[in-house]
Structures are given as structure tokens and as C-alpha cells.
Design a protein around this ligand. Sequence first.
Ligand SMILES: [Zn+2]
Length: 434
Amino acid sequence: MRRILFLLFLLAFVAIAPVAGSAAESPKTLFVRCGTLIYDTEKPPLKNADVIITNGKITAVGQHLAVPAGAEQLDLSKDTVLPGFLDAHIHLWTGPREPIASGPLQALRAQQDMRHALSVGIVGVRVLGSNNFIDVALENAIDEGIVPGPHVIPAAHPISIIGGHDDFLSFPEEYPLTSFYTPLNGFVNSPADAEKAVHLQIKYGAKVIKVFASGGVLSPLDSPFAEQLSPEELRVICEEAHMDNLKVAAHAENIRSVMAALNAGVDSIEHGSELDAEAIDFMKSHHIYLDPTVFIVGNILKNGAKMHLPSYVLSKAHILASKHFASFAMALKANVTMAAGSDQSYGPTGGTVLDEMIALVDHGMTPEQALTAATKHDADLMGMDQLGTVAVGKEGSLVAVEGDPLADIHAVKNTRAVIFEGQIVPFVGKPIHY
Ligand SMILES: [Zn+2]
């Protein structure tokens, strides 16, 4: 009897399957009417252009295009449409640090970060350090369509020394923390540990490797002017990551750690608070990206006390800032290729890469350079060739803003609509349908 039931079930499935198949085949087309289209941030914009997106991919870009039969139409004829933005350096807001929440609760909180990122027009993020493989889980859940959010490139645990920039634990030394300070959690004490740490991050889903070459500002135990991972550990990490075609992003805030990271073969310098002519020449000749994170440094100086940041954070930020902005100015003048990374956690009240673009302009970039950093350069650094420009064959992920961000970069914050893989993101702005 059971066998007959199974057979009936199989027959029913075979009968239904072709129907489901043909429904999935009918193309879903979105016709977007743009007032101004910045299809490539380094080329003159097109006025009154249209973009056609079919099954998530851009199939036509141009003026006076015919509306395909059955297409959904979106009128953004009063707005400026751009390729969706990317953020090359984020973390995840998983709740206040104390008391420490469980992994599942942190993950539930973090999914709000991804929804928030998408709602302001960010279609790709690189999470450069989080706990419990939450970033890997978010990447999968977003790809499965379970939660809304941008494409996620997870680093899983950043690789750090014990007592370094990833060490926020303040337990006394008699606590048995041997199961916490492990290569799986990103903590290393030797080149052999470093190799193991890379393999474990990759096994559990990392698509980029993050290293702390120097100490940092927000951590309680260390200094941004200290070197942390050894040159040999950095070298092993780069070698192992590159063997798996993963890039390495190095947090480096003093010149010795910047040079150690560059000589080890990293693909981007994050922060780069202390640069010199040698470092700049190396970055230019080896096409290494600088992700200058100017917003977070300025924001800590301006609002750190209001944000109730600990006094050690404020004093470290003050010492760092003068070198940081001078190094950024030097790199900008020398034409080092720059990415845009906010170093923000996308919590309910924090900043985003939109703030980073505004800060980049405040510190000397043109709006065009800032927009290029957050679109084409980030797409290149993040290995997301399908994003960064609006062109036939690219992914249909766009953002519309009110005003002209090439004239006033603040316009990037006037989000009117977001389109992700050809779908209008429902919880954004008020696009007009007709
Ligand atoms: Zn960071």
C-alpha cells in the first residue's frame, strides 16, 4: 500500500512539474523611466533615459526605448538614477556589547542591518569582521530570499592576535579561555595558527579574509600605533587566501603595519591612517586599494562623547585623526585608487556608505570621485563585476535619488527608489507606478 501511495505521489509530482516550469519561464520585465541616468559615474549622464531589466538583468539602456509588452513600469522621470551603491567595509549591529547576546539573537538583530542597507540603496556589502559566522548566514539567507538585503561578501572572523584589535574580552587571566582563543575564532599565535585560521574561515563560508595588521581605536586593550600580526603571519595568510582566490583586506593604522601588510601581498589597506611616499608608490604600482574610512574617524571626533564612547576610544581617535586625514590627502593627491567603506554597523542610528561619500567630498574628493569609489571601484575590489555601472548584461540593481549627486553629493541621501535584481524594493521611498 505504501509503495502505491508513493507511486501516486510521484505521478502527481510529474503531472504538476511542467506547469510550474512554464510559469517560471515567463519573463519578468521592469521598464524604468529615468530623469537623469548616471550609467557610469565617470561618463556624462544621459537625460530622459530608460532602463529595461528582464529577469533581474539589464537588457536595454537608452533614450526613447519602447515599453515591452507586459512590462511593469516605474516612473523616476523627476529623479537621478545610478548604479546601486556598494560598501567595501562594514560590520554588523548585533546589539549592545554588554550583555553579550547569543549567536541566534545577534543574527536576528543583524538581519535588520541588511534591510536598512538595502533601503538606502546599497546593493553589495563586504562584512569585514563579525561573530559566529552571522555574515555567512546572512549571505545565504539573502540569496535564498528569506530576508531582504544586499549581496554580502563575508569575512567571517577577522584574524587577530590575542589581546589585539579583535579582543574585547576583559575576563581575568585565571578564566579558562582556551576554547575561545582559537584559530576558528580568528585568534592566532603563530604562522601555523594563521594558516589554520584562514582555512577554517574559508571552510565555514568566508569569501574575503580580514586581518588586523595593527591595533585600533575601538578596542580596549591595544594601540593603533602597535604592530600586531607578524610579517610572517601576514605572508602566510595572503598566500593561503590567494591560493583559494580570496582577497585579503588589512586593517593597518601605522606605517610599519601598512608596509608589512603591503609586502605580505594584501589587496586593500583599510584605514591607512599613516602613509608615506614609499607606501603610496607601492599601492600605485601594485594596484592596491586604499579604503580610507574618513567618515568614522571624523564622526568619533565630532560625536564620540554624545555616543558615550569610552574615554580610551576618544583619546586614541584624537591622536590618530591628524595623521589619518593628512595621509588621505596625500593619497588623493597621488591618485591612489580608492574604495568607499563606511566601517559602520548599519544599526538603527549609525552611518552608512552614503555618509562616507559625503565625508570623502568634505575631505577633498570631487562628487564624481566619491561616487566612483562607491560604485565602480568597490565593485572591482569586491569582485562584483555585475555591479558598479548600468549597462546591458549587468545586474538590474539601481538606486534613484532626488537631485543631482554630481553637483551636490548630499543628494545621495534623498533616496526615492531602490531596485534590486530587477525587483522594486517595497519598503523604500514612494516611487510612482502607472
Ligand atoms: Zn572595521
